[in-house]
Design a protein around this ligand. Sequence first.
Ligand code: SAH
Length: 370
Amino acid sequence: MSTSPPPPLADATTETGCTDHLIERIKRNGPISIAAFMETVVDTYYARGNIFGRSGDFVTAPEISQVFGELIGLWCITAWQCLDQPRDFHLVECGPGRGTLMADIIRTTSKAAPRFGYAVSVHLIERSEKLRAEQEKTLMGHNVSWHEDLSTLPEGPVILVANEFLDALPITQYVKTSSGWCERLVNHNGREFVFTVAGLPTPNIDDAFHDAPEGSILEHSTAVHNVVSDISKLCIERPGIGLLIDYGYVRTDIGDTLQAVKDHAYAPVLKAPGFSDLTAHVDFALVSEAARSVGSAVYGPVEQGLWLKRLGIKVREAQLSDGKSKQDVETIRASIARLIDPEAMGSLFKVLAIAPSHIAPLAGFEAKVK
Ligand code: SAH
C-alpha cells in the first residue's frame, strides 16, 4: 500500500471531530490500519475536553473515590523508600486526565512523608492542551512540568504512575481468514466507515493461535509494547519504579476488545469518530514481556480489588466513615465497593509494577514474577 503523509489534524475542529481528516486519508492511501484510525480518534477526542465525570463520558477510579489516590500516594512513598529515598526525584504520571490522581497523591504524600514532598518534582505526560489546562487548575500551587512523551524527562530517579493510560494507545487487529491472519482495516464506503480486511495475510503472527476458527480476531499493540519498554528502561537506568493500572487480560488471547464509550454507555466504534472515547483492553502478557525484554523485574499483574485491599482500603474506609452520617457512610461504602468488587472494577482492572531487578518486594504484590 502506498503511503503519502496524512494531512494535518489541525483542521479537526471540536465540531467536526476527525471524520473529514480520516476520509481524506483513506481517499489518498486506501483503507487505514485500526492503529492509525485509533490514534487520530483518541487525539481528537481528548483535544475536545469535558470527558470525565457525570457530565462527561466516563468515570475513572480517582474520580470515584479519593481513597484510590491516597493509597497510590502511600504506595509511592514505599517505592521511594525502595529506591533509598533519593533527595531529588521525578514523580511522573502518564495520561493524568483531570489531574485528580496526582492531586490526591501530592496531598497524601506531603502529610505522610514530608521529606518525600521536599524531594519530589512533578511531571505530567499529556498531549491534550485542554486537559493540560484542567490539570494546571487542579494542581494550582504545585510545581508541575508537562511533556509530550517520556523522552524529555530530566535526569534523575523516577516514580511513574499511569491509570487508564495504556488502554488509550493504538492497537492493530488481525482477522483469521482461509489464507491466514490478515490485518483488519478501516475503509469509508461514501456514507460511513466500515471494517475491511487486507487482501494478503500478515506473516509471523503468534503461532499459538494457528487453530483459531475463521473470523477470530487477534490484537496486538506495538504502542503499548514501546511505551512499556521505554518505562522499563527508565526504571533500570535512573533508577525508577513504575505502576501501571488498567482494564485488561492476563494472557494473550483471541477476541475483539476495541470499544467506544460515550455518555457512560457503549457506542459504535466507527461512528462519529472523535466524539466518543476509543480504547482496547490491555494485554498484560504483552506488558510483562515488554518490561522483561529490557531486563526489568515485573510485579503482578494483580487484580485491582485485591491490590487495594492489600494496601489497606478497608482500614481507610473505616477511618473515613468514623463519625459520619448514615448517608455519608453509605456513599463511602458504595464508592469503595465500585473500586474493589469483582463485578465492578475489582477484577477487570489489573495492577502491574516495573522495577530494577535488585529492588525489595513492592507493597501490594506478593512476589516478583520471574
Ligand atoms: N489517568 C486519568 C485519565 C485517563 S484517560 C484518570 O485515571 O482519570 C487517558 C489519558 O491519557 C488522558 O489524559 C489523555 O489525554 C491521555 N493520553 C491518551 N493518549 C495519550 C498519548 N499517546 N500520550 C500522552 N497522553 C495520552
